[in-house]
Design a protein around this ligand. Sequence first.
Ligand SMILES: CC(C)c1onc(-c2c(Cl)cccc2Cl)c1COc1ccc(-c2ccc3[nH]c(C(=O)O)cc3c2)cc1
Length: 232
Amino acid sequence: EKVVITKDQQAFMNVILDAYNRHQIPPDVAKKLLQEQYSAEENFLLLTEMATSQVQVLVEFTKHIPGFLSLDHEDQIALLKGSAVEASFLRSAQVFSSKMPNGHTEVLEERIRKSGISEEFMTPMFNFYKTIGELHMVEEEQALLTAITIMTPDRPYVKDQQAVERLQEPMLDVLRKLCALHHPHEPQYFARLLGRLTELRTLNHYHAEMLTSWRMNDHKFTPLLCEIWDVQ
Ligand SMILES: CC(C)c1onc(-c2c(Cl)cccc2Cl)c1COc1ccc(-c2ccc3[nH]c(C(=O)O)cc3c2)cc1
């Protein structure tokens, strides 16, 4: 049957897309990826700066997701802390697919590969980047998928899960329609997108291990990362 996006859904989606496009890592921060030094130390420091900037961008984007600011304040924090790593994986994954001027894709990969992350985490991480790239998401899908990830009801410490479900559902409805419209010959495309969200959760686990091993090698994080990732 014909898929129709209502005018309200179009307006709703534009709010999220506009917020997604307005809140990106500043170009002068991203350009630092191109600077010369490539030591493991230098890479770690640069990636720490990127991650910190990414979290600041994430908080600003989240505040524009319809209904987020009307949630219980402690639940707002629980959603941000619970989704910060997944949202960073999604955003950095989009850097690896078409979105980026070539210059950054290679150096970002190079710096991640040489920043003290052990091989066992590299494989699932870059496999995720590859599978996201293969989806060729349009920017509306990227923005909605990120907002849906943030509005995940069953994060730790969320008290009013139903209030979060009520905000996530309309975004899932619009995303399902967008997938049918943009990928008419791939009826399973929406299911494949949601499958990426399941994959993202497993990356949380690997990320926690990465943090532990960095800390064992006396690597320092910024106060914002320590707060959102519950480290030291
Ligand atoms: C603290 C650091 C070392 C760290 O710990 N875990 C991760 C970590 C890792 Cl590797 C992987 C995934 C998630 C995390 Cl959270 C990181 C580095 O995190 C990021 C690295 C790059 C980016 C990022 C996002 C958007 C971007 N746009 C552009 C651009 O050029 O426009 C560059 C760019 C970089 C975001 C987080």
